[in-house]
Ligand binder design. Sequence first.
Ligand code: FE
Length: 230
Amino acid sequence: MRKTYLIILILSIMSACTNAIDLTATQIPPSIPSTAAVPESTSTPEPESVDPTAIEPAVTSTLASPADDFFTEMGIALPAPTCSALTQTQTEGPYYIPNAPEKHSLLEGGLTGTRLILVGYVLDQNCLPQSNAWLDFWQADANGEYDNVGYRLRGHQFTDSQGRYYLETILPGLYSSRPIEHIHVKLRPEGGAEVTSQLYFPQRPIEGLTVTIEERGDYQIGYFNFVVQK
Ligand code: FE
């Protein structure tokens, strides 16, 4: 009798375990075939790849400055900027006309005289090049005459990303009330104050405002760095 009871007890325990295993099994969701789990991701086309070489020229052309092209064309190696005192202010004089056109070359038909290419940097008091600085030049022609009606030998420009400017013009002549050659200029660093000054030449120099001239045969390169308070 006791043996029979023991057998029944064992069978009951085994039955309970089997049910527990079955119950556990029913709680596990059937596995989903991998092909059903990711049909969309495998069927969705990949985004079109961007060929980096295809956009390289555009990036390069965006970064290139017209000043680089001009300096290369003219064989000008602009010396690295050096620190100096603030550019002296000078009188505006009676011949300034605002709103001159934006241009890097003041050359035009009918002008005579020696061609001058004026180049340099606009720097702040800490010798940092100032990009997008505004410069406005005006001057007399080779006969010492100003155009007070139009904008001949007048033009403004902005420095490039390296703080450089370049201007094609002619050497100014003398006029009776100013027996010294000069080019007038106004400039203003971005976010800074406007400065009015004049540039002079080695034959009649003014300390701190005289361009350094490089003779090029039938034309000259004039180097001058402006230093302005920012
Ligand atoms: Fe003048």
